[in-house]
Design a protein around this ligand. Structure first.
Ligand code: ATP
Ligand code: MG
Length: 437
């Protein structure tokens, strides 16, 4: 572009704080993880669901609970400019999936196993493992009440760690009981914290009578002692709730899945009851929870559907990828198969159909393109071919062009001899050199 036509230089525009670009080669690890998860979901008979990123604000206020960190301080909420509708960028997707299931009567024909992947938005302080736009992969089993499905979704996550080659992830489980048991616990909590009001911070004092369970979630170091001493819901569980928890852990034991009962485990949303769980690693500093979930038997009704039990989890994609990196696991895709070295732009009409044949056969091919001066020198193209990581170079030079041939050179293995083959034999060569992805 000439000087005269170039746009005026303006201040650089950069991404919003806490919202990241996912660039190659890192994006390849994302794609690999996503396809592994799709494969896993298929084996557990979970079907994909895709819901909007923007939802009515009321969905989250009603679904997650008014006095929760997410609803009180973390939501990106705004008014629709045209009609004043209160909207929110989804901070999580269980409420959205339930909304969609109710809206489209998905449970009409029986229970449903659904999964999703996508971005979520929370206005938090950005730090390692904590972003303002982050990604979750989630599984929701809607319409299932029995403990075997709690166990099944937990097993699914466990299998995922195994297939990713991740160890050092601890499964912690707790039970939040049923509403009556929570009421008992709530009263006991209020009494306990009232006795220790002096150590409570302002937020805790404000929440004490609104939602005392939330105090247990506080990260304030000064309050940890009194939180530690607070009455535990697990001690107040009735027989049925206890039996549910026992059945879940028994099934996990059958599969040899290790777990630890953590009576202090509470979740950030109000919709949970009975089983709650987290998969936690010590390898990621304080953002160690890579996957979390539980049972939410009252949410569907709360969002306006016919009452039905449900259980699910959500995994933090960034944290899992970081853990993979920490653990030295490389998820990047296999390298390129072929780099096409082309010595004159005039050969393109011959070359490009040959590359199409390779691609149709499943090989990945990078074509050398021209620059304003024409095609780069042979030496510079070989350098790029080497740098690309490709297994083979296909060389299209003047001799090859004249004889309708191509010279194939292995770039990774010097013992494989260089060959020159007829273009009509390329499809056969390709079928002998496809890699299993
Ligand atoms: P935390 O206690 O770390 O704030 P949470 O209880 O708010 O987590 P959930 O709402 O249960 O998290 O979300 C499930 C998973 O999503 C978390 O275990 C975590 O892996 C991931 N996650 C949650 N918030 C973020 C974030 N801001 N950035 C990156 N990942 C996140
Ligand atoms: Mg949080």
């Amino acid at each position: 572009m000439s000087e005269k036509n170039s746009p005026r230089k303006v201040d650089k525009i950069v991404a919003v704080k806490g919202m990241n670009d996912i660039l190659p080669p890192q994006s390849a690890a994302w794609e690999t993880l996503e396809s592994l998860v799709r494969n896993l979901m298929r084996r557990f008979a979970f079907e994909n669901i895709r819901t909007p990123i923007v939802e009515p604000t009321a969905l989250f206020v009603r679904g997650l609970g008014e006095v929760t960190d997410i609803v009180e301080k973390e939501m990106y909420s705004f008014e629709d400019r045209l009609n004043g509708e209160a909207l929110t960028l989804r901070p999580e997707n269980t409420a959205g999936v339930v909304r969609a299931a109710v809206e489209h009567s998905l449970l009409y024909g029986g229970p449903k196993r659904l999964y999703y992947m996508g971005p979520m938005f929370r206005h938090e302080r950005p730090q390692r493992g904590r972003y303002r736009q982050f990604h979750q992969i989630g599984a929701e089993a809607l319409g299932f009440g029995g403990p075997e499905v709690d166990a099944e979704v937990i097993l699914m996550a466990h299998m995922m760690w195994q297939e990713l080659g991740l160890s050092d992830i601890e499964l912690q489980i707790n039970s939040l009981g049923q509403p009556e048991e929570r009421q008992l616990h709530r009263n006991a909590l209020i009494a306990h914290f009232e006795l220790h009001e002096a150590v409570l911070d302002e937020e805790a004092k404000r929440r004490l009578h609104l939602n005392p369970l939330r105090l247990l979630d506080s990260k304030n170091p000064a309050m940890q002692g009194v939180i530690e001493a607070a009455p535990k819901l697990i001690d107040l569980l009735g027989l049925e709730s206890k039996a549910h928890l026992d059945a879940v852990t028994r099934l996990l034991e059958c599969h040899g899945v290790p777990y630890r009962i953590n009576p202090r485990l509470v979740r950030g949303m109000d919709y949970y009851n009975l089983t709650v769980f987290e998969f936690v690693t010590t390898k990621l500093g304080s953002q160690g929870t890579v996957c979390a979930g539980g049972r939410y038997d009252y949410l569907i009704e709360q969002i306006g559907g016919k009452a039905a039990p449900a259980v699910g989890w959500a995994m933090g994609v960034e944290r899992v990828l970081e853990l993979l990196q920490e653990s030295g696991r490389d998820l990047s895709l296999p390298a390129l198969d072929v780099y096409a070295i082309i010595l004159s732009a005039e050969y393109m009409a011959t070359v490009m159909p040959v590359l199409a044949l390779l691609r149709q056969a499943g090989l990945s091919v990078q074509m050398q393109a021209s620059n304003p001066e024409g095609m780069p020198s042979l030496k510079s193209q070989f350098k790029r071919a080497d740098g690309s990581g490709a297994r083979f170079a296909f060389v299209f030079g003047p001799d090859e062009q004249a004889s309708r041939q191509v010279t194939i050179k292995s770039l990774r293995n010097s013992e494989v001899p260089q060959v020159t083959i007829s273009l009509s034999d390329v499809a056969k060569w390709a079928s002998q050199h496809t890699t299993k992805v």
